[in-house]
Write a protein that binds this ligand. Structure first.
Ligand code: ADP
Ligand code: ZN
Ligand code: ZN
Length: 798
């Protein structure tokens, strides 16, 4: 028998299956979807079996060394999903397979040297290395490289590669009865009179008759291991190591919750979903409703119906809103049926959760982006909450979007997909309007809570009135009032990306690219402003071109600075700061939130990570320090992202009895994304933004792709990127708009220079075909010169 294997070498030449002979002893073992160790050149590598067949067109096949799994880790559906991912994202098969599995299943390689000749035949310098063992680590022998080369050539040593598993299974010692209950009684009767403790242990196992942790027995009966050992020796009990799962929620109890009777509006929204579940029909729904409108309850009750049909559910939530509160809602409803996957878990914990899914021990997965690949085989629903979140797009190869994968999987299983959001992406909403997705709307908050009142503060006026601080008078008033009433405040500082922009503090003017409608990025060293789509460049003006003020400069403030300033104005306020610095430790995020919830601080100050999921009753004021930082990101989606973020943040206030207030500080209060976010008016925002996209030829009217080229030699990068830009243009004719090449926003990473160009085109399949030909055309350069070309189809971070 022959196995077709995709080997772990991500490169164009190896992006096809290689044939291997299956050793006779393994014929019944090796199956498609299994990981195997195979020889490849001088190395041994991990590979994925994609097919097993009788014959090969090749002769002299090498043999599979060993299987790495007892059962396939990728089922047929996931194997073909891998093929599809490869095509869609223009990546390699091996990367597509690996991205679907927990990182723990990615093999580690160890390079070693094995002695073949007798020890005393080796050069004297090498002999001490092999004293202890015939194989040594390559690194230990590295200083003798030239000697090693010579010895390898004459065959006295060989270099070997070992494939090692990353994952350590957690094992625990158990005791279990070897005899049935009657035999246990007999064994007990035959014990000597003094063996009182042994008798008690046997009694315990007569009652329980199942494996119990050794540790528990020892402490419960307060006995030493020798007592247990003698029972083992007598053949009454057996000691056994068993694999246990690391449960990240081990010491937590989740109170069981019951489904709410649905409101009329919820009923109306859920019934088409339930219908597709019943009819086993594929359909994508957009569940469009503000925060607090009861979307999650709809998810929960749809899942319940799916479980009743014996099927499974995947729920994706953005990483940052995978808060304990969210987990609690799913575990509370479905208990142990739920597995949770997020980046806070250790790789061992993630592997264990994955195994529970694979073994069908759970029916529901709640997780971040990669949970979309949960190895279920009878999927009944896929839910993507906050579908507009950019974190659903993977930024490295394979650059997939979880939404696309969800739709692909739902077609296979003929099941519904629910995309939920209060601020859907333009792409999604446009599809819902066209009827490609079915639009379900929840127009009101639960219990008709009113939306918080939103006040926009014009920071230009503050400056005019002599207030140079980063806090407006209105915000300071609001803070003081809340502190007196002992209510809580969330202060939100929007900081993202690496770039800063140039703005006039008097009139709010921001320097934009005349060609692309995105703000110019300030470069500190050259004192220049650049457009990173098209390369337009200008020097920083000393006076504002609009109002002639001198207060024009680059803009950006950090959370630490805000905390300092707060301390000066309100020394008595207790502040919890949440940003990348304070939350890098495991569990810090959760701990800080709990402290805030318990009222240990008055103010929660943070970046985007606090924008979502917070649902604390005592928050009555939300302050946005500068709505402009995101608005002026050099990204054609910046208005959309600003609208989404402001809407989200506003949703944090007044979720319960106390009414909420939101204060948004900005230098551009007249901008439609700020005005309409304050009104929470998505419909108008959508119409307005669509006209901008149409005029500027951006998605959803055009498809876009970002090509990034990198190499150590900057001149080569520049010239290759230029050639690629021309090449694509020639393939796509005049209808394509090729912007650039320009230096990437991050111009150098690990000493590799980066250039990029952006392509806009009306038709998706043609664009994809043209992109594929680039990789083929430049194959030679990639292979021989170490050039890297990455292509991001429909990029989210530009
Ligand atoms: P969303 O997901 O849109 O933010 P939720 O589902 O979290 O909305 O609902 C908001 C609040 O209303 C939650 O506290 C939830 O428990 C409650 N809720 C949802 N549906 C109902 C219902 N039918 N009856 C009573 N309370 C409900
Ligand atoms: Zn000005
Ligand atoms: Zn430009």
């Amino acid at each position: 028998m022959i196995a077709k294997v995709i080997v772990d070498v991500p490169a164009k030449q190896t992006d096809r299956p290689f044939d291997y002979k299956i050793p006779a002893a393994l014929e019944s073992v090796i199956k498609p979807g299994m990981r195997v160790v195979v020889p490849f050149g001088p190395r041994k590598l991990q590979g994925f079996v994609v097919e097993v067949q009788e014959k090969s067109a090749f002769t002299k096949l090498k043999e599979i060394v060993e299987p790495m799994d007892l059962a396939p880790v990728l089922n047929q559906e996931l194997l073909s999903l891998g093929d599809w991912l490869t095509e869609e994202t223009l990546s390699y098969k091996i990367s597509a397979f690996q991205v679907m599995l927990p990182a723990a299943l990615k093999a580690k390689y160890e390079k070693k040297i094995r002695r073949i000749a007798p020890l005393d035949h080796l050069p004297a310098k090498l002999q001490p290395l092999f004293q202890e063992s015939d194989t040594i680590l390559w690194n230990d022998a590295a200083p003798f490289f030239s000697i090693l080369q010579r010895e390898a050539a004459n065959g006295s040593i060989e270099v070997i590669y070992e494939v090692k598993e990353r994952v350590k299974k957690k094992k625990i010692k158990y005791l279990l009865p070897l005899l049935d209950k009657v035999a246990l009684e007999q064994a007990k009767a035959s014990l000597v009179v003094t063996a009182e403790k042994q008798r008690k242990i046997i009694d315990f196992f007569i009652e329980k008759h199942e494996p119990v942790q050794l540790r528990e027995i020892l402490s419960y009966f307060n006995v030493s291991t020798s007592t247990v050992k003698s029972l083992i020796k007598k053949g009454i009990l057996q000691e056994k190591e068993m694999e246990v799962y690391r449960d990240p929620f081990e010491d937590r109890v989740f109170a069981k919750t019951k489904p709410f009777p649905l409101t009329k509006e919820q009923e109306k929204a859920i019934s088409p979903i339930i219908a597709t579940v019943e009819e086993e029909r594929q359909q994508v729904f957009l569940l469009y409703g503000v925060t607090g409108s009861g979307k999650t309850e709809i998810y929960l009750q749809s899942i319940q119906r799916v479980l009743e049909k014996g099927k499974e559910a995947i729920v994706l939530v953005p990483e940052i809103s995978l808060t304990p509160q969210m987990v609690k809602r799913f575990k509370g409803r479905f208990g142990d049926e739920v597995a949770v996957l997020h980046s806070g878990l250790s790789s061992g914990e993630k592997y264990d959760e994955w195994r529970r899914i694979e073994r069908k021990e759970v029916k529901v997965v709640v997780g971040a982006r990669s949970a979309i690949f949960a190895p279920f085989e009878n999927l009944g629903i896929i839910i993507i909450d906050e579908e507009h979140e950019t974190s659903y797009k993977q930024e490295d190869n394979p650059r997939y979007h979880a939404r696309d994968v969800a739709i692909k999987r739902s077609q296979y299983y003929q099941c519904p997909v629910i995309l939920g959001s209060a601020t859907p992406t333009l792409e999604t909403f446009a599809r819902a309007q066209k009827g490609v997705y079915e639009l379900l709307t929840l127009p009101n908050r639960m219990n008709n809570q009113s939306l918080p009142s939103v006040q926009i503060v014009d920071m230009r006026e503050e400056l005019r009135d002599g207030n140079r601080s980063m806090f407006s008078r209105a915000l300071i008033e609001g803070l003081k009032e809340r502190l007196e009433k002992k209510e809580q405040i969330v202060l939100f500082l929007n900081k993202r990306g690496h770039s800063s922009f140039v703005m006039c503090r008097d009139c709010g003017y921001v320097a934009n690219c005349p060609n692309c409608d995105i703000s110019l990025t300030y470069h500190r060293f050259s004192q220049q402003m650049k457009c990173h789509y098209c390369g337009y460049e200008a020097s920083v003006p000393t006076r504002c071109p609009e109002c002639n003020s001198e207060h024009i400069r680059y803009f950006g403030t950090g959370t630490q600075k805000v905390e300092e300033e707060l301390g000066k104005i309100l020394p008595e306020a207790k502040v919890i700061r949440m940003d990348v610095d304070t939350t890098s430790r495991k569990g810090a995020h959760e701990r800080l939130l709990t402290e805030f919830e318990e009222g240990k601080a008055d103010i929660l100050l943070g970046t985007q990570m606090i924008a979502k999921g917070l649902d604390f009753p005592n928050i009555t004021l939300v302050g946005v320090l500068s709505a402009d930082t995101m608005l002026h990101l050099p990204d054609f989606r910046s208005s959309e992202k600003t609208f989404q973020l402001l809407t989200q943040v506003s949703g944090r206030a007044g979720r319960h009895e106390l009414p909420g207030e939101v204060i948004i500080q900005t230098y551009t209060p007249e901008h439609y994304s700020i005005e309409l976010a304050a009104e929470q008016n998505f419909d108008r925002f959508f119409k307005r933004e669509m006209t901008v996209r149409k005029a500027r030829q951006y998605p959803p009217y055009y498809y876009i792709a970002l090509i990034t080229v990198s190499h150590e030699n900057v001149a080569m990068v520049a010239s290759v990127t230029d050639k690629i830009a021309k090449f694509v243009q020639s393939k796509l004719s005049n209808e394509a708009h090729v912007l650039g090449p320009v230096v990437s926003p991050i111009s150098r990473i690990k000493n590799r220079y980066r250039y990029q160009c952006l392509i806009k085109y009306k038709r998706e399949p043609q664009l994809n075909n043209a992109l594929k030909t680039i990789l083929d055309h430049y194959q030679q350069d990639i292979a021989s010169k170490g050039l890297q070309i990455s292509i991001d189809v429909n990029p989210y971070i530009l």
